[in-house]
Design a protein around this ligand. Structure first.
Ligand code: HDD
Length: 681
């Protein structure tokens, strides 16, 4: 743990401190504080006799253990959480009275949990899936939770369908599989029969669904919210998180392999980054639309299957979140944190998006069963940093000791306190939107165009991204047993793009749709990951070397790589010191077994003086895999021979060099580019 952070905690960390317990160098006690003298042998009648009920330490220890598990989240079960802070760059005063958005420079503590959606808690990190992106801002006016995803739209338009959708994507009920995968019959059956999902499915089939690093993906509040200023005027607003390292993804073959080689790949990456002081950062952006413009778009601003194209409504960057402290205890913090899109502060309000409206019910309800009662707000991670007072009392696990006789309103014995605050005193007032209508259960006409933005998404992709989407559809539908479902989905894709539907149809053995297509020609360049930020910072480079390597050269290269903020790892046939030709030693911290190429962002091949056949064979495997996944490869000295043997020296993103200085510069450029798509793979 970074000591500076541990010591100079923000207000949330200071609040958490009294709850932290360091058991090191202490005596073992029972929960009653009694010192325990024996923790290996239960109390028995003679050393070979039966155990006695009287052994209170045994009973307490075992009972606690028996009750250690709580239900996992019904969705978003697998998550990684970290603390940090949000700093405001630009005042939002014209739009919202939220205090933490008034004065540039204001900092508030945050806790962010990033999750996969469909898989169980023990599943793997890079399934093809949406990522949850939930942030709790601990503000002086109470907690504001921005409970979003890494995709800006959703599968359904009304929350009443959420249980159906989740049932469809979770493992099938009669078999219990597949785990953490949408590539199966029930998911695609749902999609084909609920075509409002068309736009979201395009995102799910895109590279966005397989982020290489959680530090390199966007976040979105998805719904339209409202900002309300101190004059009571409202604007519609959408929230965005923009990663400072850009948006980068794995390729599918690589992702599948990572899930086997290191199922914790994403969480380990972000955990280690924070430990190394490479704090992940996202800028907060807002898109703001005046209420008067509500009907100026060719989509409904309340529809959660629609984006506001950034070229039409620019994203204004207003602040930055930095995650700078890992949790001390995953259960106490990451598992027990309870988010709720309904946790807002004065100046932030909801829209009538029917998905958002339904979510406002679901989150407290789910915490009641997951966290076992109504007092989960008292758990240290969930407490606001400002005081809270009300007449709610009792319930399982209650911690607050409320003093006094009165626990009701109105009262006279406590001077009618706690008392509601006026708006001027900071009391939350719901936005007084005028709403009239009949009570009906129907989809608004303005929610019925399911395909235009799906086509816009397709139009916005580069050729490589289009190919990936086509491959993803082909893979996913290829896993669907029921031919009828495959046909239905392909017919649905035809409404997005006929050519895509026809190619997928060919790949999955169903009839090519002959009609369909779309006349939407609009595209939004901001949707393509190709137009992102490219930096070498924090990328991991495998350095493969053997005994007798050219140590002077390698030392300079490794030094150069470090100066460009990358992380070289020496890999060899065995762990430990490897000797260079001039006697210099380098420590191999991974072997060919533990350092699979899919776990690295780039490869630097050094080789050795008299490398064995086995070394060359294993290095060749690393070269081939790295090459196939379009990742940068560099080689110097004997390493160049190995690249030659693999016939790839002339390919894009493959850098060979005898002049070390030039080599470092060109290799780093190739590393920063991350993927070299125009290879002959
Ligand atoms: Fe949800 C968890 C995000 C629709 C019901 N959701 C959950 C989490 C995130 C989201 C990030 C994990 C929070 C954490 O890390 O603890 N959910 C979304 C987004 C949605 C969305 C961005 C659509 C725009 N969710 C949605 C609907 C419903 C729910 C329509 C139900 C009506 N979501 C839940 C839940 C969860 C949850 C069942 C499971 C665990 C939890 O709440 O705390 O209540």
């Amino acid at each position: 743990m970074n000591q500076e952070n541990k010591v100079n905690g923000n207000s949330k960390n200071k609040q958490l401190d009294p709850f932290r317990s360091d058991d090191r160098d202490k005596h073992l006690t029972t929960n009653q504080g009694l010192k325990v003298s024996e923790d290996e042998f239960s109390l028995k009648v003679g050393s070979r006799g039966p155990t006695l009920m009287e052994d209170f330490h045994f009973r307490e220890k075992m009972t606690h253990f028996d009750h250690e598990r709580i239900p996992e989240r019904v969705v978003h079960a697998r998550g990684y959480g970290a603390h940090g802070e949000f700093e405001l760059y630009e005042s939002m005063k014209p739009y919202t009275k939220a205090k933490f958005l008034q004065n540039p420079g204001t900092k508030v503590p945050v806790f962010t949990r990033i999750s996969t959606v469909a898989g169980s808690k023990g599943s793997f990190d890079i399934p093809r899936d949406v990522r949850g992106f939930a942030t709790k801002f601990y503000t002086e006016e109470g907690n504001f939770d921005l409970v979003g995803n890494n995709m800006p739209v959703f599968f359904i338009q009304d929350a009443i369908k959420f249980p159906d959708f989740i049932h469809a994507v979770k493992p099938e009920p009669d078999t219990g599989y597949p785990q953490a995968a949408s590539a199966h019959d029930t998911f695609w059956d749902f999609i084909a029969n609920n075509q409002e999902s068309a736009h979201m499915v395009m995102w799910l089939m895109s590279d966005r669904a397989i982020p290489r690093s959680l530090r390199m993906m966007e976040g979105f509040g998805v719904h339209t919210f409202r900002f309300v200023n101190d004059e009571g005027k409202a604007h519609f607003v959408k929230f965005h998180w923009k990663p400072k390292l850009g948006i980068h993804s794995a390729v599918w073959d690589e992702a599948q392999k990572i899930n086997g080689k290191n199922p914790d790949f994403n969480r380990q990456d972000i955990h280690e980054s924070i430990e190394n002081g490479d704090y992940p950062e996202w800028e907060l952006g807002v898109q703001i639309v005046p209420e008067e413009d509500e009907f100026k778009f060719d989509f409904d601003v309340l529809d959660p299957t629609k984006i506001w194209p950034e070229e039409d409504v620019p994203v204004k960057i207003i602040g930055k979140m930095t995650l700078n402290r890992n949790v001390d205890n995953v259960f106490a913090e990451t598992e027990q944190v309870a988010f709720h899109p309904g946790s807002v502060v004065p100046g932030i309000d909801f829209s009538n998006d029917p998905l958002l409206q339904g979510r406002l019910f679901s989150y407290t309800d789910t915490q009641l069963i997951r966290l076992g009662g109504p007092n989960f707000h008292e758990l240290p991670i969930n407490r606001p940093v400002c005081p809270f007072h009300n007449n709610q009392r009792d319930g399982y696990g209650r911690q607050t000791i409320n003093i006094g006789k009165s626990s009701y309103h109105n009262n006279s014995i406590a001077n009618n306190t706690p008392s509601p605050a006026s708006v001027e005193e900071g009391g939350y007032e719901h936005y007084q939107e005028k709403v009239e209508g009949r009570k009906i259960q129907a989809r608004s006409e303005s929610f019925k165009d399911h395909f235009s933005q799906a086509t816009m998404f397709w139009n916005s992709m580069s050729d490589v991204e289009k190919q990936h989407i086509q491959d993803a559809f082909s893979f996913e539908l290829g896993m669907v047993n029921n031919k009828h479902i495959r046909q239905q989905v392909v017919d649905m894709i035809a409404h997005i793009h006929l050519g895509l539907a026809q190619k997928v149809a060919d790949n999955v053995g169903v009839q090519q749709p002959l009609t369909g297509g779309s006349d939407v020609s609009k595209s939004s360049p901001a949707l393509s990951q190709m137009n992102t930020i490219y930096k070498p910072d924090t990328l991991k480079i495998a350095v493969v070397l053997d005994e007798g390597f050219n140590d002077l050269e390698v030392e300079t290269v490794i030094q150069g790589l470090k100066e460009h903020q990358t992380y070289p790892t020496v890999i060899s046939s065995k762990l430990g010191r490897i000797k260079g030709e001039n006697g210099m030693e380098l420590e191999a911290t991974a072997t060919f077994d533990t350092g699979d190429p899919v776990l690295f962002d780039a490869l630097y091949v050094v080789g050795g003086k008299n490398s064995s056949k086995d070394f060359t064979k294993k290095t060749s495997y690393m070269v081939q895999e790295t090459f196939k996944h379009f990742k940068p490869i560099g080689a110097t000295g004997k390493g160049i021979n190995i690249l030659r043997e693999n016939g790839i020296t002339e390919e894009p993103g493959v850098i060979t060099g005898d002049q070390v200085g030039n080599f470092i510069t060109t290799f780093i450029d190739a590393v920063a580019a991350q993927r070299h798509w125009n290879r002959n793979v």
